[in-house]
Design a protein around this ligand. Structure first.
Ligand SMILES: [Zn+2]
Ligand SMILES: [Zn+2]
Ligand SMILES: [Zn+2]
Ligand SMILES: [Zn+2]
Length: 451
């Protein structure tokens, strides 16, 4: 171990650092409220604030101490700060809420007074530093910032859990933090809500209401709204409801798109360099992404928020197509892949979906718009065809190159018998029909027909 090893240096200072941590857990000798002292000095009263019997410290503001009045005055517009109280008698900092100190937060004016405020209501706010009970007053005057209660709350950065008389909120900051934890650290709603509960009361001495379900709902709504905002659909005439399929999906930035990243004369490209404007797609299924039926009565078709706007096929249209009575063609067994033989026999008992069919661009590995669909049995052509045709809706390209590990069989009737069954909404028009070449991925080998 070298002398500049951070752990060996730390060992030299560890005891002192521990003492410093204890220092923060206690009130120093002759402590008083410096805010009061400063205010008195400004007002020409030289004597300092006499040491009060109880002192408060706000973990969100800093490590300084102040008296009850100064703490309340300073937190008039910040009702979600975590406050600790020191009493001479107890000799330790205990967590208290601003509500315990008599704090009332006025909505509609950002905390400032309102001449037509409602009666005091107790609400619950989930924030990054815990779950807070807050006494609030709604505003009913003509100078309100927000005409409804949920608007008054959202304008203060609180996302409501319900819409008529909201009683539970999560701050946008809290939702944003969870979104990153969810995406980056794979944190789930239960773990996050438990963390907030522990931050509020780690020993679970007081009653912290369970807000797991409602936070899950708020988060799903928030993620949907973020997706709409990010994709620009909030500014489109008619809003997301009028948007076309796949409009909110993140498009591959490198795949060829006429009018976006191709020269105007791309159609005149000589044949030997035309591959530059070819779209390379890959098809496959994943049977690990199965989804269980939670309740016996639960429907197989579940309609989500922003149906058909992203990468998942619009469920009602897709499942209606599956139920349209199209019979699967008899496929010749492929020597290398069980996918073909299992396509109608795969067990689906107790499952809402047995897996996912997917289509992505193979050069950049981006999932195509509408490039995912639930599988109800095995890797059936009806699902794979739907995913393939849906993911190239609106494409104006001349050539598409598809790799699929059972492409040797799949391609046979793709443009023949099965093309007639493709729904009108996702079937390319005759004049926009690209040349489609099918191949096996490099690692796949098939013994049939010399593939
Ligand atoms: Zn004070
Ligand atoms: Zn504070
Ligand atoms: Zn008002
Ligand atoms: Zn791409």
């Amino acid at each position: 171990m070298t002398s500049d090893d951070p752990m060996s240096v730390f060992r030299l200072h560890a005891d002192d650092v521990l003492e410093e941590m204890f220092y923060l857990e206690a009130v120093p000798q002759n402590a008083d409220c410096r805010t009061c002292t400063f205010r008195r000095r400004v007002a020409g009263q030289p004597q300092p604030c006499t040491r009060p019997q109880e002192l408060y410290r706000c973990d969100s503001c800093g490590v300084f101490l102040e008296c009850r009045t100064c703490c309340l005055v300073r937190h008039q517009q910040t009702p979600l700060h975590a406050i600790k109280k020191w009493t001479e008698r107890k000799g330790f900092f205990e967590r208290v809420s601003l509500r315990d100190l008599g704090h009332i937060y006025q909505l509609g004016h950002g905390g400032a007074g309102c001449h037509a405020a409602t009666e005091v209501v107790e609400v619950l706010v989930m924030h990054t530093n815990g779950i807070h009970r807050v006494n609030i007053q709604w505003c009913e005057c003509d100078r309100s910032n927000g005409d409804t209660r949920w608007r008054q709350a959202t304008r203060m950065g609180w996302y409501p859990g319900s819409w008529l008389r909201p009683k539970t909120f999560a701050t946008f900051e809290c939702l944003r933090l969870f979104r990153l934890l969810n995406v980056v650290a794979r944190c789930n709603v239960r773990d996050f809500v438990t963390t907030l509960e522990r931050m509020t009361d780690s020993l679970r001495i007081t009653f912290v209401p369970d807000r797991y379900k409602i936070f899950g709902w708020m988060y799903r709504q928030f993620v949907y709204l973020k997706r709409m905002a990010r994709s620009g659909l909030g500014h489109v005439k008619g809003g997301p409801r009028k948007a076309g399929w796949g409009a909110a999906a993140v498009r591959c930035w490198a795949c060829p798109r006429p009018g976006v990243n191709l020269p105007d004369d791309w159609r005149d490209e000589p044949e030997n360099t035309r591959f530059k404007y070819r779209l390379f797609l890959g098809l496959d299924a994943n049977f690990r992404l199965e989804n269980r039926l939670r309740l016996k009565s639960e429907k197989k078709v579940y309609e989500g928020l922003g149906e058909g706007l992203g990468c998942l096929a619009p469920s009602v249209h897709y499942f209606n197509h599956l139920a349209s009575g199209i019979t699967e063609e008899e496929a010749k067994a492929c020597m290398a892949f069980a996918a073909i033989t299992q396509k109608d026999t795969r067990l689906d008992h107790g499952l809402r979906a047995t897996g996912v069919a997917g289509c992505s661009c193979t050069r950049h590995e981006c999932v195509r718009p509408l490039g995912w669909a639930d599988l109800l049995k095995g890797e059936r052509y009806i699902s794979m065809d739907y995913v393939f045709w849906a993911s190239i809706v609106g494409e104006q390209l001349a050539e598409i190159f598809v790799t699929y590990d059972i492409g040797c069989q799949w391609r046979i009737n793709l443009l023949g018998k099965r093309f007639a069954d493709v729904p009108d909404e996702i079937r390319p028009a005759d004049d926009a029909m690209p040349t489609i070449n099918v191949a096996l991925p490099t690692q796949a080998r098939c013994g049939n027909d010399g593939w």
